[in-house]
Write a protein that binds this ligand. Structure first.
Ligand SMILES: [Fe+2]
Ligand SMILES: [Fe+2]
Length: 256
């Protein structure tokens, strides 16, 4: 049995930030052996999407032209694998690092801090992608694309359409997705076999930092109190998690 006590201080702010905890019914569904394939493939794709959304964010707001191209090149092997079924664990090995420096465009009002935090986050998400794929291979689970759940779409659809609020909303949503993922890995770890449990626990630290980085960036860029907006998305997020959902996925609601 996995002991999560050492992670109490890490999970405490996450649990305080989230407006509801994962329902037991979701945990019971997720631990069923017949759902392992869905849990792993959806997790794999979530890691890619986490990396992509950070990548598109800095492409849009912060980086210079040549860095924007380097970012696309960085993702290509992962996207080829996920969307075009080319490549393998072998061809993705060691690809989670980017060799080129990612630089801010000269007229960007956002700091190199945004870029640095997001580039580190992307590296980690791409490494997680590789790690999930390793686990899938070890279980003989072949990759096949699965459609995304309602969760991220439900949050993103409530984003404001004017800047700089759109960027701030996007960062707040990023914080919620990271925080929920972290909470779910902790909830699920005690019910999984030893290797997967160990892997989930190893993810807690980075996902907790991703949540914190998104929230800090949202506050910094807003330059004012954003608690009302945070609360707004918190309510929406809790609604997606605690309402019935017949599409079981990593971020789905209560199994209907
Ligand atoms: Fe991740
Ligand atoms: Fe993350």
């Amino acid at each position: 049995m996995i002991d999560l006590k050492t992670y109490d201080s890490l999970l405490e702010p996450i649990n305080a930030f989230l407006q509801c905890s994962t329902p037991d019914a979701w945990v019971n569904e997720a631990k069923k052996p017949e759902n392992l394939k869905t849990v792993l493939i959806d997790h794999l794709l979530c890691e890619l999407k986490a990396g992509q959304s950070a990548m598109y964010l800095i492409r849009k707001y912060a980086v210079d032209k040549s860095s924007a191209n380097s970012l696309l090149d960085w993702f290509k092997p992962y996207e080829d694998f996920a969307y075009r079924k080319t490549g393998s664990l072998e061809t993705l090995k060691g690809k989670s690092n980017i060799s080129k420096a990612i630089m801010a465009k000269s007229n960007s009002p956002y700091s190199q801090d945004l870029i640095d935090k997001m580039v580190l986050l992307i590296k980690e998400e791409l490494h997680h992608f590789y790690q999930v794929l390793e686990i899938m291979e070890s279980r003989g689970i072949a990759y096949e694309p699965v459609p995304a759940s309602r969760y991220a779409k439900g949050l993103l659809s409530e984003m404001t359409t004017h800047e700089p609020q759109t960027l701030i909303d996007k960062l707040i949503i990023g914080a919620y997705i990271e925080a929920r993922s972290c909470e779910r890995f902790a909830k699920l770890a005690p019910h999984m076999d030893k290797d997967i449990a160990k892997f989930y626990v190893s993810l807690l630290r980075s996902e907790a930092r991703h949540y914190q980085d998104y929230l800090t960036l949202a506050e910094e860029i807003a330059g004012k109190d954003i608690s009302e907006r945070v609360n707004y998305f918190g309510k929406l997020e809790a609604e997606l998690i605690s309402s019935p959902d017949n599409d079981f996925k990593f971020h789905s609601g209560v199994p209907a």
